[in-house]
Every structure is written in structure tokens, then in C-alpha cells.
Design a protein around this ligand. Structure first.
Ligand code: PGA
Length: 257
């Protein structure tokens, strides 16, 4: 069965002192809270090794927010899948809407990243989602289908166990405008059906599809009860230890009744 995953994407936030303080608090919380879902954080890459060290006795994964597809080379400012493996970091986000729309990353590049990560035994969180105008024009499914088919091109069935998806409508990210549970569920169902059609029924059943976009303690319960929503990728509300752990506790209550 697929796992419920709650992960925090810190984006470009936090100083070293703030990171250390957060990690200390979440590690104490995690010791005390017998959780069943998978919990993760995606700190800025400069803090990945610190987070891995500080959480080594905890059951919380640490991942990179972005990665290049090449193993090494003249790519100033980039980090590689091989580097992540060498520090024992096993997860990476690919295709976050900020990478797509602020930094102009295209689907063929994202596909190369996915393939390179999987070849390096890494786990991938692939983000997909439509912009507001695309939704208004009724193009949501077309956008999702395009992103999925290009970003997961040439991925073999046996590698899909290392791929998680995050449906993140661009208009809901950092805006306070969460998709309604019905809207999110419809998109997740579309994605799961696409997985059935393009991979296998088993892969569709077992692939975690997180929702992202202004997830907070006040809306997680209504989202997580939806059949095809298997967790959350959280930006703003993951920066604060109280709101992040509250989302996890509320999600657990609803999803493991
Ligand atoms: P948000 O960000 O929770 O602040 O909307 C989500 C994301 O970008 O993953």
C-alpha cells in the first residue's frame, strides 16, 4: 500500500541557528510522537548534511529541493545526484513550480534529472501543477498530462517505486488559496488514472501523490480524507515547528483511523 507522506519544503529560508533550533525541536517531538506517516524536510542544500547528522537517530528523511542531471562538471552553482548520494541524502524534489516558472526549467531537463536521480538510487518527488489561467481555460488535465508524459518519459516500471508525485496547483502555492478538497481530489484521480494507463494498475495504486499549495493545520484534515490524496508538501507552514507538527498530527488522525 502507498505511504502517507508529509514533507516540508523550506525553500530559501532559515539561518543556521534557526535550522539547528528547528531540527532539535522536531527530533524531540518525533521521539515522543509515534507516527505512522513518512515525514521529511527539504532544507536549502547548504544545510542538508547538518540536517542528516542532527536527525540520524530519527525517522525523518532529508532531501534536496533541486538537483542537476549531470554527475559532475562545469555547472556553477549546481549540485549533482552523485553528490547527494555521497552525503547519504536520498531524496530530491524535481520540477517545483518555482524552478519551472522562475528559473525556466523545461520538461526535457526535468526528465533528465528524474532519470539521473533514479540511476543514482535516489528517490524523486516530482511536482506538477497548472497555472491559474490554465485552470480558467479548462486546461488543467492537459497540463498535467503533458508534464507527466514528458517528465516521466522512458522511466521503467521498476523505477516507479522510487517516484512520488506532488500535485501543486501554481495558483495555490504561497497564496493562501488552497484548492478545495474536491478540486484537489479530481486532479489526483486524474493523475492516478494516468499512471494506470501509462504504467500499471499496481503502480497507480502504490504511488504516493501528495498535495501542495497553502496546506496548513486548518485545511489538512479536509484534504487528507480524500481517497487519492496521500499527504502534503508544505511550504510556508513547514517553517514553523508548531504548525508543521500540527499538520502531521492532524493528518495522522484522519488517515489512520
Ligand atoms: P506553500 O508552498 O505551502 O507555501 O503554498 C508549497 C510548495 O511550494 O511546495
Amino acid at each position: 500500500m502507498r505511504k502517507i507522506v508529509i514533507a516540508g519544503n523550506w525553500k530559501m529560508h532559515k539561518t543556521l541557528d534557526e535550522v539547528t533550533d528547528f531540527l532539535h525541536k522536531i527530533s524531540e517531538w518525533e521521539d515522543a510522537f509515534q507516527h505512522k506517516c513518512k515525514i521529511g524536510i527539504f532544507p536549502p542544500s547548504i544545510y542538508i548534511t547538518i540536517a542528516l547528522q542532527q536527525l540520524q537517530n530519527n525517522n525523518i528523511f532529508v532531501g534536496a529541493q533541486n538537483v542537476h542531471d549531470e554527475d559532475f562538471g562545469a555547472f556553477t552553482g549546481e549540485i549533482s545526484p552523485q553528490m547527494l548520494s555521497s552525503v547519504n541524502c536520498k531524496y530530491s524534489i524535481v520540477g517545483h513550480s518555482e524552478r519551472r516558472h522562475i528559473f525556466g526549467e523545461k520538461d526535457d531537463f526535468l526528465n533528465k534529472k528524474v532519470r539521473s536521480l533514479l540511476a543514482n538510487d535516489q528517490k524523486v518527488v516530482l511536482c506538477i501543477g497548472e497555472k491559474e489561467e490554465q485552470r480558467e481555460e479548462g486546461k488543467t488535465e492537459e497540463v498535467l498530462e503533458n508534464q507527466l508524459s514528458q517528465d516521466l518519459k522512458k522511466i521503467k516500471d521498476q523505477h516507479m517505486k522510487d517516484v512520488m508525485l506532488a500535485y501543486e496547483p501554481v495558483w495555490a502555492i504561497g497564496t493562501g488559496k488552497t484548492a478545495t478538497p474536491n478540486t484537489a481530489q479530481a486532479a489526483h484521480k486524474f493523475v492516478r488514472d494516468w499512471l494506470t494507463d501509462n504504467f500499471t494498475e499496481e503502480i497507480a495504486r502504490d504511488t504516493t501523490i501528495m498535495y501542495g499549495g497553502s496546506v496548513k493545520p486548518k485545511n489538512i484534515e479536509s484534504l487528507i480524507v480524500e481517497e487519492d490524496i496521500d499527504g502534503a508538501l508544505i511550504g510556508g507552514a513547514s517553517l514553523n515547528i508548531e504548525s508543521f507538527t500540527k499538520v502531521i498530527e492532524l493528518a495522522e488522525k484522519k488517515s489512520f483511523k
